[in-house]
Design a binder for this molecule. Structure first.
Ligand SMILES: NC(=O)c1ccc[n+]([C@@H]2O[C@H](COP(=O)([O-])OP(=O)(O)OC[C@H]3O[C@@H](n4cnc5c(N)ncnc54)[C@H](O)[C@@H]3O)[C@@H](O)[C@H]2O)c1
Length: 349
């Protein structure tokens, strides 16, 4: 087992190991205490791991209230969020109790927002079960739901008290969902680590503990330096402004990781054409995306991407910040007027 300590407004530990799910109850009790655990998960993860998680929580002394919602991004709504809050109230959770998010990024983001807001904040444990949620979304405290107007538009910064990444749960993950997580790892490589980018060219299956730990360490370093995204944390948005537009305009039929993959290919193509990086950098990113069978193009139109970006969180007043590569391992934030941004998108697509 490995661990990574995160030093944000709340200090907490991320554990990475095989079989951690069966130890989850004891580890959560040691950090959070409390009497009742609300186990929040989606229907697919519930069938696979709900009983094991509940057994572990009960063995540690928790009374468990389970809430299950239909899987997928289309559930990441105010309606599901409200239903979770009501389930917490009906289970009579107090501020001393704990919410346990078991699942991918959709579960973690939405349950995290419920943990942040129910009674103005209760104990929060993340048990991520997708590669994406292990290497990215479960660490750093961004919680959110989507609004009809766009992705993740309502939420809060709320750090978990503990994160337990049991990589054995990845055994049941369909290949395309595993690959969505690879998109966020490619992103980490492009923005901050040429070394990680090179490692991702090798087969990783026998080395999951190491690769997950490397990615969490990169994310930890970024969020420790800039918890509330006023500076370096913006780099983690590489591929996301265009990616969010693809998710929204595909009605969320394109998964988040795949949309980010396309977003990285488009952003790097635009960057190469605009002279921010050389063509080789764009080709390397495209090749990395292809290696994990992720998509490189979209039929969402430039106008739709531009329209979506005007609703994105990365807009400030009449300007939009895009993260663009300078070379593998180094990205920078570039500030565009709305007209310049529209020109850039037309150049990139
Ligand atoms: N908070 C952050 O910092 C952050 C960062 C990146 C992404 N995100 C968010 O994360 C979400 C995407 O997360 P995701 O890709 O994990 O999607 P997801 O949570 O929808 O999971 C993908 C699918 O995999 C299934 N699944 C989960 N674990 C499984 C397992 N072990 N075996 C079999 N099936 C399993 C789920 O039921 C779901 O159908 C998006 O909403 C995105 O906005 C948040």
């Amino acid at each position: 087992m490995r661990s990574v300590s995160v030093y944000t407004s709340r200090e907490y530990t991320v554990y990475i190991g095989g079989g951690l799910l069966s130890e989850a109850g004891g580890r959560i009790m040691a950090v959070c205490g409390g009497e009742t655990a609300a186990l929040i998960t989606d229907d697919i993860v519930n069938k696979l791991y709900g009983d094991a998680a509940e057994r572990s929580l009960r063995a540690a002394g928790y009374a468990v209230a389970r809430f299950v919602f239909p899987h997928g991004e289309r559930s990441k709504t105010m309606e599901t969020y409200t239903a979770i809050l009501r389930a917490l109230a009906q289970a009579k959770l107090t501020r001393q109790d704990v919410l346990v998010a078991l699942g991918g990024g959709v579960v973690g983001d939405m349950a995290g927002f419920a943990a942040a807001s129910y009674l103005r904040g209760i104990g929060f444990a993340q048990l991520p079960t997708t590669l994406l949620s292990m290497v990215d979304s479960s660490v750093g405290g961004k919680t959110a739901v989507d609004l009809p107007e766009g992705k993740n538009l309502a939420g809060a910064f709320y750090q978990p008290h503990i994160v337990l990444c049991d990589y054995e749960t990845l055994d049941t993950l369909p290949a395309e969902i595993f690959n969505d997580g690879c998109a966020e790892m490619i992103k980490h490589g492009v923005i901050l680590s040429a070394e990680l980018f090179a490692i991702l060219k090798e087969p990783m299956q026998s080395n999951m503990e190491d690769i997950i730990t490397r990615n969490i360490t990169i994310k930890r370093d970024v969020v420790t330096a800039d918890e509330h995204e006023t500076g370096i944390r913006k780099l983690l948005n590489f591929g996301h402004t265009l990616g969010h537009g693809i998710e929204k305009h595909s009605d969320y039929s394109v998964p988040h990781g795949s949309a980010v993959a396309i977003g990285m290919v488009l952003a790097s193509r635009g960057a190469a054409r605009a002279g921010f990086c050389d063509q080789e950098c764009h080709l390397e990113i495209t090749e990395a995306v292809r290696r994990y069978h992720l998509p490189t193009a979209t039929d969402i139109t430039p106008d739709q991407l531009i329209d979506a970006a005007f609703f994105d969180k990365k807009r400030s007043g009449k300007r939009i910040t895009l993260i663009l590569p300078e070379r593998i391992g180094k990205c920078a934030a570039k500030d565009f007027s709305l007209d310049e941004f529209a020109d850039f998108v037309r150049l990139a697509v």
